[in-house]
Write a protein of this length. Structure first.
Length: 370
């Protein structure tokens, strides 16, 4: 019997409305040079372009975060204890940290820790660059390759909406035309920043040894409760629903709710907290079928939840992640708050609570589908 292939993804994932549009299947299609599948519309799942050329190899089906074919294998490879480690995955300790570089701190989403770690890796030549995400408007997104501090500062901050990081890697990998344009980078080692769905696919590829995942040196994972879909109509509705002008949004944060920092003529700035429960009309449908809040397959996870303003919650996980975290702390790249056991327990409880809420949302969503 031939392995399940892209047609099965269409039947089992796309048609159920649970495709995360992560681009993983497209980026890592074994026959990418023939353009067999593509993400044609940023708001829709990938489609067949050249079905006749499909090798029916099953790679796309295997690596899709929504098929969960590789879950057990990944937990073994990446030193996880299996599903028993849910809901927040493997960890030894949880920290609340801040970048010591004033620029990363100023422009960071929370404590500017993610970008300051990437910058450290670049400066020490431990990586050639990183796939990050940049924005030029609230809720807009674009994956980008950065290899300098100025590039990182420019791309700082959280962009909601999904960022097709994996497709961006495709552009840098060896089997597409676009690699020609990027030859001057000559990169060997990359960091990648991503949400749990994005990193899941990367881990699958690393586990299967599929090019170009060998170039990914470190996976920096962001917490993620949900992401949003905004077309023009949704933007108008959002502005009306919350009495907000998108053009006035200065900063977006996301912890246990959505936090918008707005320009306000009378008061200068004001903060608006929007609970996730009020955002049901804007959530990407696929996020309802996702149950990983803390990015359990990353080398280090980062979020805002549990930490004070301008601090990032950090969960080092793998051996590689723990080593890097200790190094950046020792070298003064980041500093961590001294937390007593009561504060740590509180942080952990908040993170577990949010993770359980996400798991429950998925269970309810899947029940509705069946
Ligand atoms: C879609 C999304 C949902 C999130 N949901 C939560 C949540 O529910 N609760 C919570 O506590 N934290 C959440 N986070 C994480 C939080 O917003 C911060 O990213 C995290 O705390 C790191 O902060 P920092 O200041 O250390 O990072 P910074 O130093 O500011 O670096 C942030 C890095 O993230 C990259 N990035 C930004 N947006 C994206 C994106 N869409 N896809 C991939 N990379 C991106 C940037 O390019 C940058 O490299 C979410 C992040 C995203 C992107
Ligand atoms: S060639 Fe393989 S990876 Fe590409 S679409 Fe077909 S089954 Fe999927
Ligand atoms: S979730 Fe990602 S890998 Fe799965 S079908 Fe959708 S785009 Fe492809
Ligand atoms: S909730 Fe899940 S599917 Fe949605 S963006 Fe976050 S990690 Fe991806």
């Amino acid at each position: 019997m031939s392995p399940k292939n892209f047609q099965d993804l269409i039947n089992e994932v796309h048609n159920k409305g649970i495709c995360q549009e992560c681009g993983g299947c497209v980026s890592f299609c074994s026959s990418a040079e023939y353009d067999i599948i593509a993400l044609k519309d940023p708001y829709s799942p990938p489609v067949y372009i050249n079905k006749d050329q499909c090798l029916e190899c099953g790679i796309c089906y295997h690596i899709c975060p929504q098929t969960h074919v590789m879950d057990d294998e990944l937990f073994k490879t990446f030193q996880f204890k299996g599903f028993s480690s849910m809901p927040i995955g493997n960890y030894i300790n949880i920290y609340s940290c801040q970048a010591t570089d004033p620029k990363f701190l100023k422009y960071g989403t929370d404590g500017g820790v993610v970008n300051s770690i990437i910058n450290y890796l670049i400066e020490k030549k431990l990586i050639d660059g990183s796939i990050v995400s940049r924005t030029d408007a609230p809720f807009s997104r674009e994956a980008a390759f950065v290899d300098s501090k100025s590039g990182l500062i420019k791309t700082s901050g959280t962009k909601l909406e999904v960022s097709p990081q994996l497709s961006e890697i495709q552009k840098f990998c060896t089997y597409t035309d676009s690699i020609q344009k990027l030859n001057h980078y000559k990169f060997k080692k990359l960091a990648i920043v991503g949400t749990p769905c994005q990193l899941y696919t990367i881990r699958c590829m690393q586990d299967l040894g599929v090019t170009p995942s060998q170039n990914i040196e470190i996976c920096l994972g962001l917490f993620c409760f949900e992401n949003f879909l905004f077309d023009r109509m949704q933007i108008d509705k959002f502005e009306k629903d919350f009495n907000i002008k998108l053009e006035n949004i200065k900063k977006i944060n996301i912890k246990e709710d959505l936090i918008l920092k707005l320009k306000d003529n009378s008061a200068g700035e004001r903060l608006v907290h929007i609970p996730f429960s009020h955002l049901d009309d804007y959530i990407r449908p696929a996020c309802n079928a996702c149950d990983d809040f803390t990015n359990i397959l990353s080398d280090i996870s980062f979020g805002g939840l549990g930490s004070p303003d301008k601090f990032t919650t950090v969960i080092p996980r793998t051996e590689k992640g723990i080593k890097l975290f200790n190094k950046v702390q020792d070298e003064g790249i980041i500093k961590c708050l001294e937390l007593d056991s009561a504060k740590k327990l509180h942080m952990k409880e908040l993170i577990i609570h949010m993770s359980q809420q996400k798991i429950k949302r998925k269970e309810d969503f899947i029940k509705k589908l069946t």
